[in-house]
Design a protein around this ligand. Structure first.
Ligand code: SF4
Length: 281
């Protein structure tokens, strides 16, 4: 590659609201960082993400039935979700207190998919689901082409919805704003509503609490997404000049700051994580 050839960097919409910019930089620049000599821990599959993958597959099947006018087959959608889950954990997974084993995971996907079918899907008129979208967003003076990429769970006529199935509901405006930016380019539509539908992952023995629906103002979401993109552009530009991980602020207070969730934990890329309470580990 000649020095004039722009460096191409993808930014996933789901990474815009990163708890730790340094952790995010590993996701965005991993090949480049490894070429610089940094080594990272193996990525570990966590059970929350795996149950979420299964549930999303089941929900997608329910909405596909609706979009194509087919009679809803909830049993089959649950099967699709469970098979997707089994494939996701094939290489191993870290279970936790809410999902203690594979049976728990399958039961949770069944519950989530059925609740989605009965309490969420009737209020959705899908136009497009999980279509990969992209938008070239910047070409900075650092000779980098950034491409924003993502696939919103569901787009309706004037509404974008994302489904979450984590233990707790988090804050997603930057991610939603990223979807607004992508979908506006793809469909030429300015969206009016951004919705999070949260179906929590709860232990199988507890009664299911049902979905929570949260609406976020579109202008707030888009501005948060633009602010995150601006920060990433600046940090990457600085990194290309200095090659220092310190271009990306760390957040050791994040709940993701552990060997289980961060590939940079304990490595030379993130030396603050090699120190515990002032003492080097
Ligand atoms: S180890 Fe902690 S501070 Fe370092 S990159 Fe990971 S999450 Fe951020």
């Amino acid at each position: 590659m000649s020095s004039d050839t722009p460096i191409s960097i993808n930014i996933r919409v789901s990474s815009l609201a990163a708890e730790c910019p340094r952790k995010r930089s590993i996701g965005i620049l991993r090949d480049m960082l490894e070429a610089e000599g940094y080594a990272f821990n193996e990525e570990r599959r966590n059970i929350g993400a795996s149950v979420g993958t299964g549930f999303h597959a089941g929900a997608h099947n329910i909405l596909s039935d609706k979009l194509s006018g087919r009679k809803q087959d909830i049993k089959y959608s649950v099967e699709v979700g469970i098979e997707t889950f089994k494939a996701a954990i094939k290489e191993g997974v870290d279970y936790d207190g809410k999902t203690k084993n594979r049976n728990d995971g399958e039961q949770q996907i069944k519950t989530l998919t059925e609740v989605f079918s009965k309490q969420v899907a009737p209020n959705i008129e899908p136009v497009m689901m999980e279509k990969p979208l992209e938008r070239r967003i910047a070409h900075s003076e650092a000779n980098v082409v950034f491409t924003l990429i993502g696939h919103p769970d569901c787009i309706e006529i004037k509404k974008i919805t994302d489904y979450k199935s984590g233990r707790i509901i988090s804050c997603y405006p930057a991610q939603l704003g990223g979807y607004d930016i992508l979908a506006e380019k793809e469909y030429g539509v300015v969206y009016e509503k951004n919705i999070i539908v949260w179906l929590p992952r709860v232990p199988v023995k507890k009664p299911y609490p049902g979905p929570t629906i949260v609406e976020w103002p579109v202008d707030v979401c888009v501005n948060e997404a633009l602010a995150a993109i601006k920060a990433i552009k600046y940090q990457v530009g600085e990194f290309l000049k200095t090659k220092s991980p310190l271009c990306f602020p760390s957040n050791p207070g994040s709940w993701l700051c552990s060997e289980k969730y961060c590939e940079g934990y304990g490595t030379d890329y993130c030396r603050i994580s090699q120190v515990d309470n002032g003492k080097r580990k």
